[in-house]
Design a protein around this ligand. Sequence first.
Ligand code: GLN
Length: 549
Amino acid sequence: MPKHIFVTGGVVSSLGKGLTSASIGMLLEHRGLRVRLQKFDPYINVDPGTMSPFQHGEVYVLDDGSETDLDLGHYERFTNAPLSRDCNFTTGKIYLSVIQKERHGDYLGRTVQVIPHVTDEIKAAVRKLATDGVDVVITEIGGTVGDIEGLPFLESIRQIALDLGKANVLYIHLTLIPYLKAAGEAKTKPTQHSVERLRQIGIQPDILICRTERELSKDDAEKIALFCNVEKRAVIEERDKEFSIYEVPLSLVENHLDDLIVEKLGLKAKPLDIDDWRVMLQRIKNPAHEVTIGVVGKYIKHRDAYKSVYEALDHAGISLATRVVVRRIEAEEIEREGAERVLSGLDGILVPGGFDYRGSTGKVDATRYARERKVPFFGICLGLQCAVIEFARNVVGLENANSTEFDSNCQYPVVCMLDDQYGITDKGGTMRLGTYPCKLVEGSKAHVAYGSLLVHERHRHRFEFNNQFRQQFAANGLEVTGSSPNGKLVEVVELREHPWFVAVQCHPEFKSKPTKAHPLYRGFVQAAIARREGKKNEATRPRHTAAAV
Ligand code: GLN
């Protein structure tokens, strides 16, 4: 029978429960175990798809088209566990299902209540992942212990230990040990309080993972163990990481977390082998090159709004032994200050996905700058659409070209709504979502990067390149190098006369991993390195006069 690990968080939010859960998954996989990961989010939205990136950060899209929390991105980057719509539940999604059953008459006239109906629905969602062949299901509970809306989830995971037997269930609580500079000491009281809240609900954590800025002293660890009723060896330090989030699993190993989990759940596991991960970390610590990439977006101020894009750039850097410095650029800054001032000095420019008119002029200006100055350019989804608008206006000569997303009556709708999007009024879960195949043109930059003519990537959009303009674009040097197998949807465009100008309708960043960089991100960063190195050579080359040459 598959075992269950539940990860809760205490004291404050944003402690990195997602990263810790992903790291636990990674360690167990590297001990030969088959894991599944899932996250419960206590908010009422049915999924994060309708939430602003300013509120919630990136919306992470899975192969099956579900729009999920960005922690699922960590799960995919750290592990090989397959993810589906069964891996992310919100209060809204749970209630929607309960209410649909009630309307259908499934409860046979009974009063529908939080306990047992909502909790049963939650437990069913957990058990759904516990299929044959799975060794461990890791379930992360979003939010912080003590939140009112998280209660039904905590009650459900309490019941699961009763249903399955405590030997099959492990509770891991992630907590913060703040260091008070004025007092010169680490404080354990917030942790004691959050564990107390858990115990009031009936959950005694088996393992405490303590986020700390400084080393956790033996005395503090012993105090935490005693007051929280946890074994001393189960108080695990997780110190802030200097270089990379990919260091997290290693520090957990140093504190024997994997051994503890294997022992407490009675798992049959192989010895740990994480050489691949160690090699990857060595590459991060010893880069041979450095490049600066400008990411021009609208949600730049939110740390996680383009999370997977930043990660994919890092992965490309790791695979090329290069430190990728990301300059986050507010698209509206380009509108105010001009592209030249804001973008000069970059080795590559990336315009990521986005919605709505605000900032779109700055993004269009950024693609123009990259095209004219021959700076490596990578357009993602809205980034492709902006590149197409720019090319139409400034090269093809279609002055009022636009996307119908920005101007529904524009003279030249070079980007327009997908056919199957007309008439849709609901916003949630109605875009073109999930994985679609794409056929590439032989010899294109995309083909060279992928090394394959048929690729599959994830999508999240309502608008697309308008095929009516395809010939005009090609005649002027912007070619369609990837399309849906029936040729109807444009998936990739490239500039002929440019070192590396590739724009895609999909989101390739969702399939990038630290140990397996995405080919397009790699191709882009490689082009940025070539530009940087070329410039360096130019600067060091002895200057000849015309006569001397
Ligand atoms: N807003 C554009 C569309 O819906 C682009 C979406 C995106 O970049 N993900 O087509």
